[in-house]
Design a protein around this ligand. Structure first.
Ligand SMILES: Cc1cc2nc3c(=O)[nH]c(=O)nc-3n(C[C@H](O)[C@H](O)[C@H](O)COP(=O)(O)OP(=O)(O)OC[C@H]3O[C@@H](n4cnc5c(N)ncnc54)[C@H](O)[C@@H]3O)c2cc1C
Length: 569
């Protein structure tokens, strides 16, 4: 008999989206029991590493406007963003900034005492609201602290969720392993918010936390929900070598620039007006073109790179506004950015795709919502603008928390399909924990993520993508599904192999989506189809799970005001 716990509302994920959802649900009703389930301790969630800012229109009287933020985001998305969803984000954001302020967020300040905002790529106005270069850490601390005010939020830290249970129509519960004891549980609930974040660790060169793996996406996919627009993976222009840790766009927002080996500020050729502050897809492609045409530097590890120069900003500004960048450069690269340029290269940084939701974050199954990076409500389309993601987490954390709490107040407990719990127990214990084989799963994981880095990076083409898919399927056939450490408590070997199991399915979705999209749009740049093709591809990609092959469908884009035009920066 599997141990069972019951709550009304389950929130899987304790990043910005999960915490914001928990607070809103608790505010909507003090009579519902809310559980926040996370495979990590709360403050280790990836969101703490957000650096540069959160986008919002705060000062219309000084020249910013809602319309401008909306249009910048639509243009940034390469016209694949749903425009009604973008309008919602932009309209809701200013009050989220002030809400956080009232909960204790230490926003950086201007000389006149008002909240500080800085420039970010793709924006026509400096609207990235910042707290030094540690915005995610301060936002998380503020939200976590606020959660403590509510008696009806209970945290299940270090619980690894493995599946979503529904009866074909309605949500019923999840299964999870309590990592400290190794016990397998059913957690019943009437509603679920999936807030499990992105999966950038599908790539070996990545800015993401090591924990950013795709179990949340995979659980939804296996449970019959579509994954949407997964072929759009954002490569941030400035990952520091050799680790890939992020050098925030805020560094370019403060005036830093990129140089090639001829000492040329090459962005003037690719984006004459915005230069280094063009959108990320544009800057990353420019960098890879410079490297591919022989104008890059060779890093001591043998990897090609370019230089990010901050020297002209001066030590004082760097210490005041970019202290984390200085620390990262010194500790992980041995470089003082006030004295030497930093070695950088485009790095996997964000997934525009995720679990298919509507404008309110509702998925295709009743009682299940998704919020934050795990969700794809299509706010970012083919390319996200920096600072719009923490914003998205706040806005849809609030919306889904409220809607799920209201739903719970009305919903009846469904008949629980116990056979699905037994099937899941069998899948992970017989199929993985007690599996056998001689192939090292850690090596397979490295091979899989190296393949993604090689075949589905900034520039893609049919041959590479098909090769990548073939390699993925060969790796999947190997006998890596076994756990050699038989400990019950904190069995990280077990967690790693479960993560790898999910990585295979979700990497396959990225590759099949990228093969099917025979055009270049936003972050998806095909050298064999270099142009955007609105006639055939102005649609979202939906991918559904099937035991044989993923099933691909199309979904319309919502265009309210702005007809697609050529994008120039
Ligand atoms: C280095 C870096 C800097 C960034 N800076 C910015 C920025 O300045 N501005 C901006 O707007 N965006 C930024 N982003 C993007 C932004 O940080 C993320 O998109 C956002 O924080 C995601 O938050 P989230 O709540 O969706 O998920 P996360 O914070 O990733 O949280 C995911 C949660 O899900 C839990 N989870 C996952 N799988 C399981 C499982 N199997 N069982 C149980 N729990 C699970 C995890 O424990 C975690 O609590 C940055 C991204 C990176 C990589």
């Amino acid at each position: 008999m599997v141990d069972t716990i019951e709550h009304d509302l389950l929130i899987v994920g304790s990043g910005l989206a999960g915490l914001r959802a928990a607070i809103q649900a608790a505010k909507t009703s003090s009579n519902i029991k809310i559980a926040v389930i996370s495979k990590l301790q709360v403050m280790r969630s990836h969101s703490v590493s957000a650096e540069g800012g959160t986008a919002a229109v705060l000062f219309p009287e000084e020249g910013d406007s809602i319309e401008s933020h909306v249009y910048d985001t639509v243009k940034g998305s390469d016209f694949l963003g749903d425009q009604d969803v973008i309008e919602k984000l932009v309209n809701e954001m200013p009050s989220e900034i002030y809400q956080l302020e009232h909960w204790g967020m230490p926003w950086s300040r201007r000389e006149d005492g008002r909240i500080g905002q800085r420039n970010f790529g793709g924006y026509s106005y400096p609207r990235a609201t910042f707290a030094q270069d540690k915005v995610g850490f301060y936002e998380m601390q503020t939200l976590y602290d606020t959660c403590q005010k509510f008696d009806n939020i209970e945290f299940y830290n270090e619980w690894f969720t493995t599946s979503i249970i529904h009866d074909g129509q309605k949500f019923c519960g999840i299964t999870a392993i309590k990592l400290s004891s190794g016990t397998f549980y059913t957690i019943k609930g009437k509603a679920l918010i999936i807030a499990t974040g992105g999966a950038g660790r599908l790539y070996s060169y990545s800015t993401y936390s090591l924990s950013s793996t795709p179990e949340g996406l995979d659980m939804a996919y296996r449970a019959g929900m579509a994954l949407k627009d997964m072929e759009f993976v954002q490569f941030h222009p400035t990952g520091i070598l050799p680790s890939g840790i992020l050098i925030t766009e805020g560094a370019r927002g403060e005036g830093g620039y990129l140089l090639n080996k001829d000492g040329d500020r090459f962005m003037k050729k690719y984006a004459p007006s915005k230069l280094e502050l063009a959108s990320r897809d544009v800057v990353s492609r420019a960098m890879m073109t410079e490297i591919n045409e022989g104008r890059g530097f060779k890093h001591e590890t043998g990897v090609d790179c370019l230089k990010l120069d901050l020297r002209h900003l001066g030590n004082e500004l760097i210490i005041k506004k970019l202290p984390a960048i200085r620390e990262i450069s010194l500790k992980f690269s041995g470089i003082d950015p006030a004295k030497e340029p930093i070695d950088v290269r485009p790095v996997s940084h964000y997934m525009m795709g995720g679990i298919h939701t509507n404008i309110d974050g509702a998925t295709e199954i009743q009682g299940i919502w998704a919020a934050g990076e795990a969700a794809c409500n299509s706010v970012h389309g083919a390319n996200r603008l920096g600072a719009n993601s923490t914003a998205e987490c706040l806005v849809w954390g609030k919306i889904t928390g409220d809607l799920a709490a209201k739903y719970v107040l009305e919903a009846k407990s469904p008949q629980f399909p116990l056979h699905l719990v037994s099937a899941e127990e069998k899948r992970i214990y017989d199929g993985i924990f007690r599996g056998s084989g001689s192939v090292n799963p850690y090596e397979v994981r490295q091979d899989l993520t190296d393949m993604m880095n090689e075949k589905a990076y900034v520039f893609r083409n049919e041959n590479d993508l098909i090769d990548g898919l073939k390699k993925l399927r060969e790796l999947k056939q190997k006998t890596w599904k076994h756990v050699d450490d038989k400990a019950k408590e904190y069995n990280t070997n077990f967690s790693n192999v479960m993560e790898l199991d999910s990585m295979f399915r979700v990497a396959e979705v990225i590759l099949v989506g990228a093969i099917a999209r025979k055009e270049s749009r936003g972050a998806h740049a095909r050298t064999d189809y270099p142009d955007r093709d609105d006639k055939n591809f102005l649609h979202h990609t939906l991918v559904y799970y099937d035991t044989k092959e993923p099933i691909i469908k199309k979904h319309p884009v919502t265009i309210t005001k702005y007809k697609p035009v050529e994008r120039k920066y």
